[in-house]
Design a protein around this ligand. Structure first.
Ligand code: NAD
Length: 698
């Protein structure tokens, strides 16, 4: 008998138990074991009903991620599923925890399904650019009808047991603690009540006579919300096959569609994104088990846009947080914004009215640094000024207890210089949240030159606790994300100066998969922010400061973006939709004339190459300098902080898919024509292109 799947008998019920920690994933040993255990059950004359269950914290939670990307060994999951479907003895799947992906597909091949109320079931394959490839798209519609099946398979989100019972996925939901007990009870009913044991594959009632308009309707919706994605559309095709073809033919169609998804670059990108997110938490040089400092009480300085959002992140995780401001007025304003935010979530039904009060109750406003004496972690989110920040850190040094972690949310300033304002630079670190801080998942943690190891480990752990994707990076101007964004922004401004329109640049970027283009994003964040930073740098005589440009001129006219109703685009009252503005076109035309630039036609291809390859080249430099330890860290920053399409895997992964020799050729070409250090090819890019490597191979 298999080591990971056991067969035993309880009374007249044969029990098949999967025991493959941590999540009973459907690796080769489990697949082989399932077939052997089923055979044992079928051969056991003492058993007339079989129960399939799993040991540990969950039912089978999906494929074995350790096998991803490798050729699958036989038997594959479709074969396992076919065996259960064909079982002459009724099989009851007894579910606890989560039955996801392949796990649910096996359960769907059983004759009955019972689950604990705490369980969830789902087919999340679409999130990895795939579709359920072991009959899930053919069986689920037979249980729940086409509309529900489309929602579950195209959406990919798990549903709670109660909802799954209502839809017809489950036959019974129990409140108890043991799925096995529930399964055994149900097996007894099968025996005594003679419940009809019909395989799901033979149940056509719910799909018979499906109106083809359902699919047309669904496709029209998808064309709007996920036009660029590959697998959601294939999911619809597969469910349509369930409704229009005999079961066996539907299965074949599902297989073909599954293989097409497997071959898609989007699948590769999404799987990279999935693993990269998990890997980012495992920082090289900070092995699992590195000591961390306890964080029970947090303080945030500044209750502005960022401070309020950061305080919410901690309150949402049940961690009490003090929120400090300079004036009562600023404090009241900040707290009112937090309350509005929570109430909006409650109005949408995301949290209850009691949650609103409980969370606000965890945020303690204060004007006094004395209240920060017991904080384990202080996050400063005051104005972006070195002078302001140094003054704050000097105060923190005086009032905070020894060992407290002192973090700054600065977007651009030198964390080491901020640390120098204290007598404890080892406790100082950057925690760069993204706006809106309570929503955006990225937390770019910045390790200063003298930041202690346990401080770095603690801020990564804090990221996990508050539900963020933490990435640890080093100190440089703009860190990883904004440093690369800065290059894209510079290129976008130049492209417009040369002849492109802002709308064309944005269209190319959204066409690539970004949720918004460079200029729409600037309008959202406020053009004034970058303008003030550029002005500061120019005044300071910074040799890397950007020369004055047409965007600065817009800012000088008070066109700061959405907040002033006009920026690169114009906005109608109450709308966030960017509309091209003839006034901006004239301003740009006047700017070009002043500079003696004759506008030329700029191709979409040039826009894409210049906006993205300049980032890849900068990313390579970031790797060379050790600011990011791995290419995957950069990919995670861009996917979770800047809307880089996950299906392209992040900028560094994407560059590998394009082919590094092609990227290098373009970088060299632009370096020859445009010059400037941003286009100076990175040595790492040159080496990897020559060696046929990828950034991931570092
Ligand atoms: P903001 O102007 O909205 O808020 C700053 C708040 O800090 C104000 O309420 C101000 O009263 C308060 N403040 C100023 N000096 C203070 C002091 N000495 N003590 C206590 N409070 C003080 O600015 P913001 O957008 O929230 O940015 C805050 C920080 O976060 C900046 O360093 C910024 O670079 C960084 N950041 C901003 C964003 C963003 O998108 N807005 C994103 C990431 C990081």
């Amino acid at each position: 008998m298999s080591k990971v799947v056991h067969y035993a008998r309880t009374g007249r019920t044969g029990v098949i138990t999967v025991e493959y920690p941590p999540v009973n994933a459907l690796g080769i040993d489990v697949r082989t074991g399932l077939i052997r255990a089923l055979e044992a059950g079928l051969a056991d004359d003492g058993a007339d009903v079989l129960v399939l269950t799993a040991a540990g914290r969950t039912f089978m939670a999906g494929a074995d991620i350790r096998e991803f990307g490798k050729p699958q060994q036989a038997p594959g999951l479709p074969e396992v599923v076919a065996r259960f479907d064909a079982s002459p003895k009724p099989v009851v799947a007894a579910i606890h925890g989560t039955a996801l992906g392949g796990g649910l597909e096996v359960a769907l091949a059983c004759h009955f399904r019972v689950a604990l109320r705490s369980a969830k079931v789902g087919l999340p394959e679409v999130k990895l650019g795939l579709l359920p490839g072991a009959g899930g798209t053919q069986r689920l519609p037979r249980l729940v009808g086409v509309r529900n099946a489309l929602d579950m398979i195209v959406g990919g989100d798990p549903v709670p047991a109660a909802a799954a019972l209502d839809m017809g996925i489950l036959d019974v939901v129990e409140d108890g603690e043991s799925a096995l007990e529930a399964g055994l009870r149900f097996a007894e009913r099968v025996r005594t009540e003679g419940l009809p044991a019909r395989p799901v594959s033979r149940r056509d009632e719910k799909i018979a006579g499906t109106d083809p308009a359902v699919f047309a309707d669904y496709r029209a919706g998808l064309a709007k919300r996920a036009a660029a994605l590959f697998s959601p559309h294939r999911c619809v095709d597969a469910v349509e096959a369930a409704a229009t073809l005999p079961f066996e033919e539907g299965l074949k169609r599902e297989r073909d569609l599954f293989l097409a998804c497997m071959d898609s670059p989007q699948r590769a990108g999404l799987i990279h994104a999935f693993f990269a997110e998990r890997e980012a938490a495992k920082v090289p040089g900070l092995p699992a088990g590195t000591a961390t400092r306890p964080v029970r009480q947090v303080a945030v300085i500044g209750a502005g846009t960022m401070g309020g959002g950061i305080a919410m992140c901690f309150a949402n995780a049940g961690i009490p947080v003090r929120l400090l401001e300079v004036t009562q007025e600023a404090l009241d304003r900040g707290l009112a914004a937090v309350r509005r935010n929570y109430e909006a979530s409650a109005a949408k039904g995301r949290i209850s009215a009691a949650d609103v009060e409980a969370r606000i109750g965890l945020i303690h406003p204060t004007l006094s640094y004395d209240d920060l004496a017991d904080a384990d972690l202080v996050i400063e989110a005051a104005f972006e000024s070195m002078e302001v920040k140094k003054a704050i850190f000097a105060t923190l040094d005086r009032v905070c207890r020894p060992g407290a972690i002192l973090a700054t949310n600065t977007s651009t300033l030198d964390v080491d210089e901020i640390a120098s304002a204290t007598g404890r630079p080892q406790d100082v670190v950057g925690m760069h949240f993204f706006s809106p801080a309570n929503v955006m998942r990225l937390l770019e943690n910045v390790r200063g030159r003298r930041t202690a190891e346990d401080v770095a480990a603690t801020v990564m752990e804090v990221a996990r606790r508050i539900g963020k994707v933490g990435v640890l990076v080093g100190v440089c101007y703009g860190f990883v994300g904004n440093r690369m964004l800065h290059q894209r922004g510079r290129e976008a401004i130049a492209l417009v100066e040369e002849g492109a329109s802002p709308a064309q640049v944005d269209r190319v970027l959204t066409g690539f998969g970004f949720p918004m283009g460079q200029f729409a994003m600037l309008d959202l964040a406020g053009i004034d922010v970058g303008w003030r930073i550029r002005e500061e740098r120019r005044k300071a005589g910074d040799p890397d400061a950007l020369a004055p440009n047409w965007l600065d001129r817009l800012a000088e006219q008070g066109r700061f973006g959405q907040k002033t109703g006009a920026g690169v685009y114009r906005y109608e009252a109450g709308s966030r939709k960017p509309l091209p503005d003839p006034e901006v076109e004239s301003l740009i035309a006047a700017w070009r004339a002043e500079k003696g630039i004759t506008p030329r036609t700029v191709s979409d291809r040039e826009i894409l190459e210049r906006c993205l390859y300049v980032m890849v080249n900068e990313g390579a430099k970031i790797l060379e300098e050790g600011i990011a330890a791995r290419a995957l860290d950069i990919d995670v920053v861009w996917i979770h902080g800047y809307g880089f399409p996950a299906y392209r895997g992040g900028p560094m992964f994407w560059a590998g898919q394009v082919g590094l020799p092609a990227v290098l050729e373009a970088v060299e070409r632009y370096h020859a024509t445009l010059g400037g250090s941003p286009w100076q090819p990175a040595a790492l890019l040159q080496r990897l292109a020559r060696e046929g490597g990828r950034f991931g191979d570092l």
